[in-house]
Design a protein around this ligand. Structure first.
Ligand code: IVH
Length: 736
C-alpha cells in the first residue's frame, strides 16, 4: 500500500486555473517534464526507498499532470504518470506486436552475390538485363534494431525486433536516447509513422563504459553490440539513461501516408524529421559504383568510431520495392554485403559428438579459446565425418585432402558473424602422434547403431525417442522461439527437467504443475528457482495451451518441416483435425507405399489426400513423406496426440482482405506470364488472400493460363474450372 497518498495533504484545486491560457506546445513540454519528474520520484520512492519529493509536492505534480491531460487529451503520453502505479514492473518487458513485421536481410558475401541480387530483381520484375536500377548503399550498423512508433508526431512506443512479429516494449529506455526525437514537429510527418533503425554504442563510449565497470568491479561487455543490447534492455530506464546509446534511422514500418517515392528521398525526410541518418549513404546506378562504395566503406571501417559489419543495398524505387515484396523473413529488394570474416589460429583439443533432434551425429571441435572478431570462441562445428576427413559429400577432396586431427592447429572464423567454423588446418604443425579421427558408428548417447544412408552426408542414431539426446533436443526445439516459446522454459531449463525425469516428451510440460501438485513447492526448492519464478513458469505454460496451428506443426520437430512449411500447412488445413485427418488418409493411400518420389507422383490420381498435401504450394514429396513417416510410428503418433489433447489449437488469422475478389480462392498459374513473373504473380495473389496451388484439382477455383499452357489447362477444362488469361487476371485484381 502506498502510504504516501494517504498521508498527503490536499492542495487547493485552484492551482490549475492558469491552464486556460497555456498553449499546446507549452502543455506538451510541461507534460514531458512532469513525466520525467514523477518517474524519478517514483523510482526513488519505490525502487530505492529514498523519496526525493515531499508528499505534498508529489501530489501537486500529479494533479497538475492530470489537469493538463484533461485539457489536452491529445497530448497524453504513453508513459503518462497517471497510468503508472508503483515501481516499474520488475518481471521483464511487456510485448508489442509490430504493425508491420520487422524483417532481416539476406546476405551477399562477394561481388558475384551482389550481381546475382540485382539480376534476380530484374528477372522478378521482368526487366531487360540492361534496365537501369538505382540502389542506396549504406553501412550495416552492428547494433540492434528498434522500431519507434509516432502518432500525431509523438513517440508513443519503442519495441525491439524480437522474433520480427513481436518485440519487447522498451519505450521508457528509448526515451533516454538523445538521437531519438520524442516529438516530430515537421509538417510532413504523417499521423502514423513507424521509424526503424539501429541502436548502437560508439567505440569511445564502449571503452569508457567498460573502464567504469571494471573500476567498480562490475561486469564488462565483450563488444559494443552486447553493451548496446544490454543497456537498452535494462528494466530500469534510469540505468539506460547513464549509457551513451545512439541511433541511426534507416527504414519505415507502418505509415498512414507515403513519405517519399524513393529510399533516398525517405532517408532525407527522416533527416528532416530530426533523426540521425548515416552520412555514408549514397544512391548508385551501377554495380561498379556500388562495389566501389563498399570498398571505400571497408577501408574507413577502422576509423568510423563504431562497429559495422557490411554494407546494405536497397532498391531505391519504393514502388518497385512494393512489387518485389517479401520472402518469409527478408525483403527481395535489399541485401547485406558482408565484410569478410576475421580469422584466427588455435589448437584443436578434442572432438565431441553431439546427437541432434533428428538423430544426426554432429562432430564439435573443442578449441583452445581464441578471440575472433571480438568474441571468445572455444567450440566450432565440424559438420560431418567427410568434412573431418577432408572430403565433401560427393567424395571430392576439400582443403586439398588434408584431414583434421585432434592436436592440429586450425583456423577459425565466425560464419555470418555468428557460428564458429573451421576454415583450414596447418598440417605442417601437426604433432607427430596425431591420429586420423575415427567417426563413431554407434550412438555415444544410447548405444544404438548410427547409420548413414546412401547419398546422405550425415550419420544418424537409429534410437529414435529411446535416445535421451534426441528426446532432449526435440524438447528444446519444442520450446524454442518460433515454436511454443514458453517464457522461463528455455533450452537450459528443459535440459534440467529432462535430466531429472520431470519431462520426457512435450505433453509432460503441460502436466508438470499437476504432477508436481504442490509443484511450486518442489520447484521453488530447486537451484535457480524461487516461488515467484515457479509461479511464473506455470502461468507461462498455461498461457501456451492456446497455440497457433502453424507453431504447433513446426514445434513437432518433424524432419523437413520448417517454419515456412508449417505455416503453409496451417494456412491450408486451418484446424488440427483437418491436418491430422489428411495425413492419416494419405498414409493409407497407394502413393504413400510407392517406392520413390517418381512412382508416388504417378499414383496421385488414386491418392487424393496425398495429392492435396503435395498440391499445397511449397509443400513437396519430401515433406509429405516425412509427415507420413512420423504418423506411422506408433510411439511418435501417440506422443503427438497426447500433446494435442492438452492444447487449444488456434486457426491462423484470416487477414482482412476486404474487397479482395480472390480471398480464400485456390488459384493455379500455368503457361508463361508476360506482364509479371510467376513468383510475383504468386505473392500478389497471396497478398490478396488467395491460396496458390501448384497443380489443378477439384479444389481449384481459378486457373490463370498464359500462352503455352498444357496439361493443367486441359485438366481444368475437364473439371469445369474457370480459366482466364493474364490480362483478365490483372483486370480481376485491378490495382489492389
Ligand atoms: S534495413 C527491411 N539497413 O541488419 C530491411 N538494416 O541483418 C530492414 N541493420 O535486422 C533492415 N544496419 O538490425 C537495414 N543500414 C541498415 C542496417 C540494418 C544494420 C541490421 C538490422 C537488420 C539486420 C539484418
Amino acid at each position: 500500500m502506498d502510504e504516501r497518498r494517504e498521508t498527503s495533504q490536499q492542495t487547493p484545486l485552484g492551482d490549475e486555473g492558469h491552464l486556460d491560457h497555456i498553449t499546446s506546445a507549452q502543455a506538451e513540454a510541461r507534460l514531458a517534464e512532469l513525466a520525467d519528474l514523477l518517474a524519478r520520484a517514483n523510482h526513488a520512492y519505490f525502487n530505492e526507498d529514498a523519496p526525493d519529493l515531499s508528499d505534498a509536492e508529489y501530489d501537486r505534480l500529479k494533479r497538475e499532470n492530470a489537469a493538463l491531460e484533461a485539457r489536452f487529451p491529445d497530448l497524453i503520453r504513453a508513459d503518462s504518470p497517471s497510468a503508472q502505479i508503483g515501481a516499474t514492473p520488475a518481471e521483464g518487458f511487456g510485448k508489442i506486436t509490430h504493425a508491420e513485421r520487422m524483417m532481416s536481410l539476406a546476405n551477399a558475401f562477394d561481388e558475384a552475390d551482389v550481381a546475382e541480387f540485382i539480376a534476380g530483381i530484374r528477372r522478378y520484375l521482368n526487366l531487360p538485363p540492361d534496365a537501369e536500377l538505382a540502389f542506396t548503399a549504406e553501412p550495416k550498423i552492428d547494433g540492434l534494431s528498434l522500431s519507434l512508433r509516432y502518432e500525431q508526431g509523438h513517440l508513443i512506443h519503442a519495441a525491439t525486433r524480437g522474433d520480427g512479429e513481436t518485440g519487447e516494449n522498451v519505450t521508457a529506455n528509448a526515451r533516454t536516447i538523445a538521437d531519438i526525437p520524442q516529438v516530430i514537429t515537421h509538417p510532413d510527418c504523417p499521423d502514423i509513422l513507424e521509424v526503424r533503425g539501429e541502436v548502437y554504442m560508439s567505440h569511445a563510449d564502449f571503452a569508457a563504459l567498460n573502464a567504469r565497470a571494471a573500476q567498480s568491479g562490475g561486469k564488462t561487455f565483450a563488444n559494443p553490440r552486447n553493451a548496446a543490447a544490454g543497456s537498452l534492455r535494462q528494466l530500469d530506464a534510469e540505468i539506460t539513461r547513464t549509457r551513451p546509446l545512439r541511433f541511426f534511422a534507416y527504414a519505415l514500418g507502418e505509415t498512414s501516408a507515403a513519405l517519399a517515392e524513393t529510399q533516398s528521398g525517405l532517408i532525407a525526410k527522416l533527416g528532416a524529421f530530426g533523426f540521425q541518418t548515416n552520412p555514408l549513404t549514397i544512391c548508385a546506378r551501377s554495380l561498379e559504383v556500388i562495389i566501389a562504395h563498399y570498398q571505400s566503406i571497408a577501408q574507413s571501417r577502422a576509423t568510423l568510431g563504431y562497429d559495422i559489419d557490411g554494407v546494405v543495398y536497397k532498391l531505391d524505387d519504393l514502388a518497385l520495392q512494393r512489387r518485389l515484396g517479401l520472402r518469409a523473413t527478408t525483403p527481395r529488394w535489399a541485401i547485406a554485403h558482408k565484410f569478410p570474416a576475421e580469422l584466427a589460429w588455435t589448437r584443436l583439443e578434442a572432438i565431441d559428438i553431439q546427437v541432434g533432434r533428428t538423430g544426426a551425429l554432429s562432430p564439435v571441435a573443442r578449441l583452445a579459446p581464441v578471440t575472433v572478431g571480438g568474441v571468445v570462441v572455444s567450440n566450432a562445428t565440424l559438420h560431418n565425418e567427410d568434412y573431418i576427413a577432408g572430403r565433401n559429400s560427393t567424395g571430392e577432396a576439400i582443403r586439398a585432402g588434408r584431414d583434421i586431427r585432434v592436436g592440429d592447429l586450425v583456423q577459425v572464423y565466425r560464419a555470418g558473424d555468428v557460428i564458429p567454423k573451421i576454415a583450414d588446418v596447418d598440417v605442417a604443425q601437426r604433432p607427430a602422434d596425431a591420429q586420423p579421427y575415427i567417426f563413431p558408428t554407434i550412438c555415444p548417447e544410447c548405444g544404438s547403431d548410427a547409420l548413414r544412408e546412401e547419398g546422405d552426408s550425415v550419420r544418424r542414431c537409429t534410437g529414435g525417442l529411446i535416445c535421451p539426446a534426441q528426446a532432449v533436443e526435440r524438447l528444446k526445439h519444442f520450446v524454442s522461439r518460433a515454436a511454443f516459446d514458453i517464457e522461463g522454459l528455455g533450452a537450459k531449463q528443459v535440459e534440467q527437467f529432462a535430466k531429472d525425469g520431470w519431462i520426457t516428451e512435450p505433453a509432460d510440460i503441460f502436466t508438470l504443475e499437476a504432477r508436481y501438485g504442490s509443484g511450486i513447492q518442489q520447484l521453488k526448492n530447486r537451484e535457480g528457482w524461487g516461488e515467484k519464478s515457479a509461479q511464473n513458469l506455470f502461468a507461462a505454460i498455461a498461457e501456451k495451451r492456446q497455440i497457433l496451428l502453424g507453431r504447433l506443426i513446426f514445434a513437432l520437430g518433424i524432419r523437413h518441416v520448417g517454419e515456412v512449411a508449417a505455416k503453409d500447412l496451417a494456412t491450408h488445413f486451418r484446424t488440427w483435425e483437418m491436418f491430422d485427418a489428411a495425413i492419416r488418409a494419405a498414409m493409407q493411400e497407394p502413393a504413400a507405399h510407392a517406392p520413390d518420389a517418381k512412382s508416388r507422383k504417378k499414383r496421385l490420381e488414386d491418392s487424393p489426400a496425398w495429392a492435396e498435401i503435395t498440391g499445397i504450394d511449397g509443400i513437396g514429396d519430401t515433406v509429405a513423406t516425412a509427415l507420413c513417416e512420423a504418423w506411422a510410428q506408433p510411439r511418435e503418433y501417440a506422443s503427438i496426440t497426447r500433446l494435442v489433447g492438452y492444447l487449444d489449437v488456434q486457426s491462423p488469422a484470416i487477414r482482412d482482405f476486404a474487397g479482395s475478389p480472390v480471398m480464400g480462392k485456390t488459384v493455379v498459374f500455368t503457361g508463361s506470364l508476360e506482364k509479371m513473373t510467376r513468383a510475383e504473380a504468386k505473392s500478389r495473389a497471396e497478398n490478396l488472400g488467395a491460396k496458390v496451388a501448384g497443380s489443378v484439382s477439384a479444389k481449384t477455383d481459378l486457373l490463370v493460363a498464359g500462352p503455352g499452357a498444357g496439361s493443367k489447362a486441359k485438366k481444368a477444362a475437364e473439371l469445369g474450372i474457370e480459366t482466364i488469361d493474364e490480362d483478365a487476371w490483372l483486370a480481376l485484381i485491378g490495382d489492389l
